[in-house]
Design a protein around this ligand. Structure first.
Ligand code: HEM
Length: 80
């Protein structure tokens, strides 16, 4: 897993997709595919809300740096 450097553009393939485990992808497949750029882009607001609130992943909140990376990806225009 490689978190984006300070100020660097955040990209889905490089920085965001690797944050999701196989378990996350399997658990959420009825809702969306966490491995898909299109699905994660479409659900980004709902995903960010859960990540911030700490209710997802179901087995433990992400560390703040990961939530920040996701937030920066959204704010940066959801680069592929
Ligand atoms: C980083 C990983 C994950 C993200 C971003 C995520 C995101 C979300 C979101 C946004 C919802 C609301 C439904 C929707 O908006 O379509 C949701 C629901 C749900 N997730 Fe996840 N999830 C993750 C991992 C997991 C894991 C590991 C589990 C447990 C095995 C899980 C179980 C559920 C269940 C049971 C619901 C439906 C009940 C509810 O809304 O609380 N998720 N998740």
């Amino acid at each position: 897993m490689s978190l984006p450097e300070d100020g660097a553009p955040v990209q889905f393939e490089t920085h965001i997709k690797p944050l999701f485990r196989d378990k996350d992808r399997q658990s959420m497949r009825m809702h969306f595919d966490l491995g898909s750029y299109e699905d994660v882009s479409d659900a980004a607001d709902r995903i960010l809300e859960r990540l911030r609130g700490g209710s997802m992943p179901c087995d433990g909140a992400w560390p703040p740096q990961q939530v920040e990376a996701f937030e920066r990806w959204v704010d940066g225009g959801k680069l592929p």
